[in-house]
Every structure is written in structure tokens, then in C-alpha cells.
Write a protein that binds this ligand. Structure first.
Ligand SMILES: C[S@@+](CC[C@H](N)C(=O)[O-])C[C@H]1O[C@@H](n2cnc3c(N)ncnc32)[C@H](O)[C@@H]1O
Ligand code: SF4
Length: 447
């Protein structure tokens, strides 16, 4: 039995992903990047993601690309981001793209001042046709301050995703968070008062070093408190362990342990409590009472424009990662160059597989008609490895095949969680690990 939720912890799914998925990104010349970028967009409606790379301190198990907050570096990032929006808008102007979904993640986007977000939004709206709500990830210690909540709403932020994680002081301390349970409550209240159209609350389970006899009780209480606070949406994440987190040396010495044998219980009780409280599942890790806040779905299926250091974009046939370094990002844009570090082409078949993964494993259902419309690929033309996997899952009662609709069963839901987290640890987390290690790698190979 694994002790922690690292890339090896997911049984058969860790091995299947090693075998079934391979991706190689290479260093790209700007000319080639521009050519593939312009040629790659086949749809006019696109999503947009901005990476805000600063945090005031680092949480113990955080796997994301972030740098320590520094006022001077933030001012340079601000100028460079405006330049990137303008440059990308000019390069893509002939495609008449329409932005229909827009989010900023991080890092801690709530460290960006209201004037920063107002200016960024103004530049975005003058560079692209804009039909999107704009959502950002916020930390409770920021949103618990009324002036920040109201300032962000007045600057044009429509939606917030609050990184609450837990209502237990001891668990927040174990994660190395800067906030208290009271901040989570105040931030939800302030978000409501400030009038955000969608409020998502993130909670984390399987937090390390808990008394296993109390872990489930604390989790039930966290999910019940979340439902009682009535955000529009609640999203649950297992606490994943990666080499880029600051606690990795303790983890690799075996000094960290997680209640790994209770994953099914954590997921099932959250589902029961939230559905009893009037929430419906919109993705396997999210329950909503209206709307869906997600920065990840377009990363999987595209098309997604990506801005900021550490952002990853996908046209539907071409995928790229921006440099994971604020100083290099600022230097590139100072020279009026897009900050692309590495990229790769994606075949129609791979995109079809990504759409199946996103719709069936992340949302619970896929219609063949929808796959064919988006990619021209039918179920029978999917990659052999994926078809084999779907057959085995059907045989084991994890999915139902209703002709041209595949549906995840209740048994399949837990397996889908395991598959998705194995994938996240082996693909996006490994890409970030390599790009955080060196800003300009020759190539990045995953898993
Ligand atoms: C991109 S993060 C950043 C949001 C914001 N900076 C924060 O921490 O509140 C989005 C969410 O990822 C989740 N997260 C953080 N560390 C994680 C980990 N080690 N494993 C899985 N999810 C994690 C948290 O629930 C967090 O709210
Ligand atoms: S979890 Fe959020 S606040 Fe903590 S270090 Fe990561 S990005 Fe920053």
C-alpha cells in the first residue's frame, strides 16, 4: 500500500498511463510557433487562461509553478502581460477569435490589485472579441478583506474560486496555508456581498499526518460546512504529492503519510452530502447549484489561449507552454517576442482521445455525435489502447455502453478519479516539474 498520493499510488492506472500516453515537447523557434499557432485554430470560439505566478509564501504540498511575491517583479509582470495580450491580439487578428470562457489561476491571482485586473481586462477586450465571464482563483486571506472583494468585483472580475481547503485550523496548518477557518467563511460572505456571479469553493482531502481515526469525521464536517455556506459550486481535490513541492525531501524520506486507503470513502461522503444539499455533479470533482467554474476543461480539449509565465495553451492541433520564469517572461516581452518555451503538434486522434477523457472520465458521459462533430473521429476510430481500456471498463461494470453514448457508472466514478489523478501527476505535473527546473529545456518528455 502506498503511503502517499504520488504518481505511483494509483495501482493499475499509474501503469496504464505510463504505457498509453507519451508526449514530447520540443524547443520552438518563434517563426515556427507563429505558423503553427495561426494555422492551428479551427474554431472561432476559444477559452483564455492567464497564469498569475506569485504567492506570498509556498504551501507545503503545492505542485504549481509560482514564485515568491515581490512588488518590483509584479510591476514588471504587469507591463509584460499587457504587452503579451496586445502582441497575441495582433498576431491572431485575422482569425476573428471570440473569447467565450476566461480564467486566471496561479499562484495567487487575488494578489493582483483591482487596477491591475481592470487594465488587463481592458486590454483583453480591445484585443479580442469578448463574450466571456472572467473568473479568478482567490486566497481566503485576501478575499476576507472587504475592500479586496469589492475592488475585484468593481474591476470586472465576475467569478471567484476560493482556495478554502478546510475549515479545520490543524489541517490548514498542515498544508502550510496562511489563512484561518474564519477567513474562509468571511471570504464566502464577502464574495456574496460583492455580487460575484459564481462562487466556487475548493476543499482538499487526504491531507497528510492526520489521525486516521478522525480523518473521515473532519472531512464530513468540512463538506457539511461548505454546503451550509452555500457557494454556487464545491470542488474537491485529493492532496497530491510531487517532487516540486517544498515538502518533497520529507516525503521521499517517508516522513509524510496520508490516509490513502480511505479515498473511496472521502469521495462517496462528499458526493452524498453535496447531492443531499441540492448540488449536482458537473465534473467528477465538482458539484454545482448553477454554473461551472473550471480552468482545466479547455486545457484538455482546447482551443485555449494561454498567457503569463507558466501558462499552457492548445489550439486543438498544437500545444505549447510559456516559459516558467518571471524574469525570462519579462525579458521576452521586453524584446516584443512571445514567451514560448516548448511545444508539440497534436493529432486529430489524440484530440479525440482527450475529448473522451474530458467528457467521459471528468464529466461522466460522452455522445459519439459530439465527438464526431468536434473531431471527425468516431468511437471505432479511437486509439487502440483507449478502446481496449473502454472495453475492460465496460466488462468490469465501470461504464455502460448505450450504443452511441458511453456513461460512467457509480462504480466507474471512483476509478475515474484514480485515473484522472494518475494522469494529472504523470502529465501536467511532470511538464511543470521539468519547466520549473530549467526555463529553456531542449525537450520535455512525459510521463
Ligand atoms: C491552482 S491552485 C491555486 C489557488 C490558490 N492559490 C490557492 O491556493 O487557494 C487551485 C487549487 O488546487 C488545489 N491544490 C493545492 N495544492 C494541491 C495539491 N498538492 N494537490 C491537489 N490539489 C491541490 C487547492 O484546492 C487549490 O485551491
Ligand atoms: S497552493 Fe495556492 S497559495 Fe499555496 S503555494 Fe500553491 S498556488 Fe500559492
Amino acid at each position: 500500500m502506498p503511503k502517499v498520493l504520488d504518481e505511483h499510488a494509483w495501482g493499475i492506472w499509474s501503469r496504464i498511463i505510463d504505457k498509453a500516453f507519451k508526449a514530447k515537447f520540443s524547443r520552438t523557434s518563434i517563426e515556427e510557433h507563429l505558423r503553427l499557432l495561426i494555422r492551428g485554430f479551427k474554431e472561432r470560439e476559444v477559452g483564455l487562461y492567464i497564469h498569475f505566478p506569485f504567492c506570498r509564501s509556498f504551501c507545503k504540498y503545492c505542485p504549481y509553478y509560482r514564485e515568491l511575491w515581490n512588488e518590483k517583479a509584479f510591476m514588471k509582470y504587469w507591463k509584460a502581460l499587457l504587452q503579451e495580450v496586445k502582441l497575441l491580439g495582433e498576431i491572431l487578428s485575422e482569425l476573428d477569435l471570440i473569447v467565450v470562457d476566461a480564467h486566471a489561476g496561479g499562484g495567487t491571482p487575488s494578489l493582483g490589485t483591482p487596477s491591475f485586473w481592470r487594465e488587463v481586462l481592458e486590454e483583453l477586450k480591445s484585443s479580442f472579441e469578448w463574450r466571456a465571464s472572467f473568473g479568478i482563483e482567490v486566497n481566503p486571506e485576501d478575499l476576507a478583506k472587504e475592500d479586496i472583494a469589492f475592488g475585484l468585483a468593481e474591476a470586472g472580475v465576475d467569478e471567484v474560486s476560493i482556495g478554502g481547503q478546510s475549515f479545520h485550523r490543524s489541517l490548514l496548518k498542515e498544508l502550510g496555508r496562511r489563512h484561518d477557518p474564519e477567513d474562509v467563511i468571511h471570504s464566502i460572505e464577502n464574495a456574496r456581498e460583492a455580487g460575484f456571479k459564481l462562487i466556487n469553493l475548493d476543499l482538499m482531502f487526504a491531507i497528510p499526518n492526520q489521525d486516521p481515526n478522525r480523518a473521515l469525521r473532519s472531512w464530513v464536517s468540512d463538506v457539511e460546512t461548505a454546503a451550509w455556506m452555500e457557494p454556487h459550486q464545491v470542488t474537491i481535490y485529493p492532496t497530491l504529492m510531487t517532487p516540486q513541492c517544498i515538502a518533497w525531501s520529507s516525503i521521499s524520506k517517508g516522513l509524510v503519510s496520508q490516509p490513502v486507503n480511505m479515498l473511496t470513502d472521502f469521495i462517496r461522503v462528499a458526493k452524498n452530502i453535496l447531492e443531499r444539499s441540492g448540488y449536482s455533479m458537473v465534473r467528477i470533482e465538482s458539484w454545482s447549484r448553477g454554473g461551472d467554474y473550471s480552468t482545466v476543461n479547455l486545457e484538455m480539449v482546447g482551443p485555449l489561449l494561454a498567457l503569463g509565465p507558466g501558462a499552457m495553451g492548445f489550439t486543438s492541433s498544437y500545444e505549447w507552454a510559456n516559459v516558467h520564469s518571471v524574469s525570462e517572461y519579462v525579458r521576452c516581452l521586453g524584446n516584443n517576442k512571445l514567451p514560448v518555451a516548448v511545444s508539440r503538434s497534436v493529432s486529430d486522434i489524440e484530440r479525440a482521445a482527450r475529448i473522451v477523457a474530458d467528457q467521459l472520465f471528468c464529466r461522466g458521459m460522452i455522445r459519439e455525435e459530439c465527438l464526431v462533430t468536434k473531431t471527425g473521429v468516431s468511437f471505432s476510430e479511437l486509439p487502440r489502447g483507449l478502446k481496449f481500456c473502454l472495453k475492460i471498463m465496460e466488462f468490469m461494470g465501470m461504464i455502460e455502453d448505450k450504443g452511441n453514448v458511453l456513461k460512467l457508472t457509480d462504480k466507474g466514478l471512483i476509478q475515474a478519479h484514480k485515473m484522472i489523478w494518475a494522469f494529472v501527476l504523470k502529465v501536467p505535473c511532470k511538464i511543470a516539474e521539468q519547466l520549473m527546473d530549467t526555463p529553456w529545456p531542449h525537450e520535455v518528455i512525459v510521463p
